[in-house]
Design a protein around this ligand. Structure first.
Ligand SMILES: [Zn+2]
Length: 294
């Protein structure tokens, strides 16, 4: 099979499917179809706005999926320069609020983001993919644990910052995961959720199943209001939020606008089949800083 991230590839993992019939955030079973992309239907929770895939994959399924070449896919050397620039933008944004201390990168992959943090930071990571975790340890010499967040332990109040970059949308049970790791954060510490796809963006709304971020590995899609609700429930307040685009290496604002207008016309005239994947654009990616209050 050709390893890519398209939803269609999930059909190879169908023996690992489990139905997802209620919202992971609020528990409601009331829902409205958001997009159909065989073998998955995405639903919006009528109560809170979370968008989730049905079916989802079991842990074994996710392990099998990520073991099938995901590390290479995520770490293409050709993309390294743009990725590094993106990390700089995201770190500068966090450092407006805190300039150093103990930081935990949850789902740190090969350690590339952690590695970009300066010497004022004591860096730690967790990664469930062994190939990636091993890269972070042996190549980048980072302190990275193998395994699932829900099985990891750290002392209470240990970290000044916990960062999740492009991670929360991969989780089967994001609320449970955040609840499990929140004690590790000291009171007044920051939870930095960054580069998570924003399901309430213009491109998501227009392109739906053709939205570039509607992929096999994203089972749950958040927006500012759903992350804020999650934080509030767990005793966190929203400190700041941003949609990085113009300051990123992915911005081509004139071309991107033209493409979106052209595609919107195709969709409006019933020619959805002629529409390709969505471009990078303002609103696609969401970054939020939440402060732990209790
Ligand atoms: Zn809900």
């Amino acid at each position: 099979m050709e390893m890519d991230n398209s939803v269609g590839n999930l059909k190879y993992f169908s023996k690992h499917f489990i139905p997802a019939t209620s919202c992971n955030l609020c528990g409601s079973t009331k829902r409205t179809e958001w997009a159909v992309s065989d073998p998955v239907i995405a639903y919006t929770c009528d109560n809170c706005g979370l968008v989730y895939h049905d079916p989802q994959m079991t842990r074994e399924g996710r392990d099998a999926f990520y073991a099938s070449g995901y590390f290479e896919l995520q770490n293409n050397p050709a993309d390294a320069l743009a990725r590094d620039k993106m990390y700089e933008v995201e770190i500068a944004y966090l450092e407006k609020y805190v300039q150093g201390g103990k930081i935990l990168d949850v789902g740190c992959g090969g350690g590339f983001l952690l590695n970009k943090f300066g010497p004022s930071w004591e860096k730690h990571g967790i990664e469930f993919d062994h190939t990636s975790a091993e890269h972070a340890r042996s190549v980048l010499k980072l302190d990275v644990k193998d395994g699932e967040v829900n099985e990891a332990t750290y002392p209470d109040g240990f970290f000044d910052v916990i960062v999740m970059r492009g991670v929360i949308e991969h989780m089967a049970e994001p609320k449970k995961m955040v609840e499990h790791m929140l004690p590790w954060l000291k009171q007044g510490g920051l939870l930095y959720i960054t580069s998570t796809p924003n399901i309430e963006s213009l491109c998501a709304e227009l392109y739906r199943e053709k939205w570039k971020l509607f992929t096999a590995d994203h089972q749950i899609h958040f927006a500012k209001r759903t992350i804020e609700a999650l934080g509030k429930e767990l005793g966190m307040e929203l400190l700041d939020s941003a949609y990085f685009y113009l300051e990123t290496p992915y911005a081509n604002e004139i071309e991107d606008c033209r493409k979106i207008i052209k595609d919107a016309e195709l969709i409006a005239t019933g020619k959805r089949d002629e529409v390709g994947s969505s471009p990078a654009f303002y609103g696609n990616m969401l970054s939020m800083i939440l402060k732990k209050n209790r």
